[in-house]
Design a protein around this ligand. Structure first.
Ligand SMILES: CC(C)(COP(=O)(O)OP(=O)(O)OC[C@H]1O[C@@H](n2cnc3c(N)ncnc32)[C@H](O)[C@@H]1OP(=O)(O)O)[C@@H](O)C(=O)NCCC(=O)NCCS
Length: 167
């Protein structure tokens, strides 16, 4: 356990998280968390560009102890009744504590409210955690994209395209 986590566990109220819409101010923290969880992270400017798109939306899990960093976030996009999840990441410090689930529910509710009829996403065929989350929400595989993800060292992997009907 790293020293900061150890100190937090010993002396600081354990972080609990509330879910809020993301703002431009979250771009820096989102880029750090993205880099922690993905082989190719997105830098802060990529998050700024995404957030500037009028069709983009997102939710962040913010700590209510005022000390811990972002617990997780989800970003998506909606147009003409179709929505998609662009990315979701939960900090490796809070695995399997329901943050991914809560973030996805916030995104789904938002998209239903905007009138979206379907939601799509792509997931690496080797990503059991994310597939578990999406299946539990009712997503089903509708297509495969071979060689879609670059894993480094010339290795590629297949993306599964998953879909959920929102109506
Ligand atoms: C995928 C990810 C967002 C899940 O977040 P999380 O907060 O740990 O997930 P939750 O605690 O909300 O789990 C909800 C459900 O997802 C499934 N799940 C989560 N982690 C799992 C794991 N390691 N193995 C199998 N299923 C898992 C389970 O069905 C779980 O429900 P349960 O705990 O009641 O069994 C997180 O692991 C992550 O950020 N991974 C790295 C980034 C990534 O892969 N993003 C997705 C790209 S498509």
């Amino acid at each position: 356990m790293n020293p900061v986590t150890l100190l937090e566990n010993l002396f600081v109220r354990k972080a609990e998280f509330d879910i809020f819409p993301v703002t431009m101010d979250d771009c820096h923290d989102m880029s750090l968390l993205h880099a922690e969880r993905f082989y190719r992270g997105w830098d802060e400017s990529e998050f700024h560009s995404l957030m500037n798109q009028p069709t983009a939306f997102g939710y962040a899990a913010r700590p209510n102890n005022g000390i811990s960093s972002l617990g997780g976030f989800v970003l998506g996009r909606e147009a003409a009744g179709e929505s998609e999840i662009l990315t979701i990441a939960v900090s490796g410090r809070y695995p399997r504590q329901g943050l991914g689930w809560r973030l996805m529910l916030a995104a789904l509710r938002d998209m239903r409210g905007r009138g979206a009829e379907t939601m799509f996403l792509e997931v690496d065929e080797g990503n059991a955690a994310a597939q578990g989350l999406y299946r539990k929400l009712g997503f089903r595989i509708v297509a495969e994209r071979r060689g879609y993800y670059d894993l480094g060292n010339g290795r590629k992997s297949t993306a599964l395209v998953m879909r959920l009907d929102l109506r």
